[in-house]
Design a protein around this ligand. Structure first.
Ligand code: FES
Ligand SMILES: [Fe+2]
Length: 418
């Protein structure tokens, strides 16, 4: 358990809070490039700050305050120009670095006053990578957006999936280092959701956690599993600071504020060898629902929706003064301790864990990948369908989250040759 002050310390993300300061030192995925195909402005709430993400007519992205510094109109209703975003109220124009570059009336009536030179709007750096738009809200100099190895893999169908989950990000991230829930929440609960009473999945008999440069690895051994199984030899990754990496997909838990989290998934499905070479012309992105309109509860039919049920069920901010941790929760404890020591590193003026600043290191950064051969070299369609863990991805449906739009499903089937 944690006392109330530590629970608050680890969960609060606003500007000026210690964890808010830690999270601001990492690039956060906040949107998909594809979302800007048919719009140019997206309101964004990130780490408790209300912001406006835009792509101007020259193709430059910017992330600025939600409110115009003139008289506070909502810039999400502004419009973009060749360079920057213009407020729709009196036409002030701002560039991606926060400069005010036009004040249409002042520029004519009082040109000698140069009022616009005295105006700055809050602005943050934005970059694109892997079909995602990333934002950095921390101190300069900004580190690099990690170039994780799967971003460079070939012959894959990638999709980006969002969901807004109404609870604090930290309980979502604790799920990234919780191997045991796989057996109960995904395997056994799914059996019961189908109105079957069994058989239940093989039980976990051993779980291990190890820290490495970019997070923690967790490994599992279940009844009947050999010690040469990749889930035991390689395992999966709790990626620092707010991500689960399973080998074929990333799940970022991006704090919207203390009480809401944007779940961002980047999922790679290797196309069958018969379909090579395959080049994806654009990475589709979609938002999935979390509530079940039929019964007013939460959707439970898909893997990540099941996770969401656990997260929101823990309360808006889980009350860790009331929990009872067992030996299965060793990873949870390790992760909390690591964040607390990261806070001390920052207080000493050092970088927290897993910050990448060296461009020579940031080239297809290798991560533990249990199914590397399948994902990189590929398998035939028949071999993929027979695969014990990833086989069900090739049947055609998106297994992680409910609500995949028909056009994304069609593109997926076309890529896979279904
Ligand atoms: S409020 Fe934005 S230009 Fe006046
Ligand atoms: Fe899960």
């Amino acid at each position: 358990m944690l006392d109330e002050s530590r629970n608050r310390l680890l969960t609060q993300v606003g500007a000026g809070t210690p964890m808010g300061g830690l999270l601001r030192r990492y690039w956060m995925p906040i949107a998909a490039v594809n979302e800007f195909d048919n719009k140019s402005i997206k309101p964004v709430r990130l780490l408790g700050e209300n912001l406006t993400l835009y792509k101007d007519l020259s193709g430059t992205y910017g992330l600025v305050d939600r409110h115009c510094p003139h008289r506070r109109a909502d810039l999400a209703y502004g419009f973009v120009e060749q360079c920057g975003i213009r407020c729709n109220y009196h036409g002030w124009l701002f560039d991606q670095d926060g400069h005010c570059t036009e004040q249409p009336y002042e520029d004519v009536a009082q040109p000698q006053a140069n009022f616009k030179d005295k105006i700055r709007i809050t602005s943050y750096p934005v970059q694109t990578k892997a079909g995602l738009i990333w934002a950095y809200l921390g101190p300069e100099p900004a580190p690099l957006v990690p170039d994780w190895e799967p971003f460079t893999w070939k012959n894959g169908f990638v999709e980006i999936v969002f969901a807004e989950v109404p609870c604090n990000w930290f309980q979502c991230q604790e799920n990234s280092i919780d191997p045991l829930h796989f057996e109960w929440m995904h395997m056994n609960w799914s059996v019961r959701l189908k109105d079957q009473v069994g058989p239940y999945s093989p039980r976990h008999v051993r779980i291990e956690f190890e820290e490495f440069d970019y997070g923690f690895v967790y490994r599992r051994l279940r009844e009947g599993m050999s010690e040469s199984d990749p889930m035991w030899t390689t395992g999966r990754v709790c990626l620092w600071p707010n991500t689960l990496f399973t080998g074929d997909h990333f799940e970022w838990r991006v704090p919207i504020d203390d009480e809401n989290t944007l779940s961002v998934t980047w999922a790679f499905t290797r196309i069958p060898k018969e379909r090579e070479p395959y080049v994806q012309d654009k990475i589709p992105a979609w938002y999935g629902p979390v509530r079940d309109e039929n019964n007013g509860g939460w959707i439970s039919s898909h893997i990540m929706n099941q996770d969401f049920v656990a997260w929101v069920g823990q309360g808006v901010v889980a009350d860790r003064t009331k929990e009872h941790l067992g030996s299965s929760d060793r990873g949870i404890i390790l992760q909390r301790q690591r964040f607390l020591s990261d806070l001390e590193s920052i207080a000493r003026g050092e970088d927290p864990k897993a910050i990448i600043r060296d461009p020579a290191i940031n080239r297809s950064v290798s991560l533990p990948v249990a199914e590397r051969k399948l994902l990189v070299d590929g398998l035939t369609r028949a071999e993929l369908l027979a695969h014990p863990i990833l086989g069900h991805h090739y049947a055609g449906d998106y297994v992680f989250q409910a609500g995949r739009p028909a056009e994304v499903a069609a593109a997926f089937k076309e890529a896979m040759g279904i």
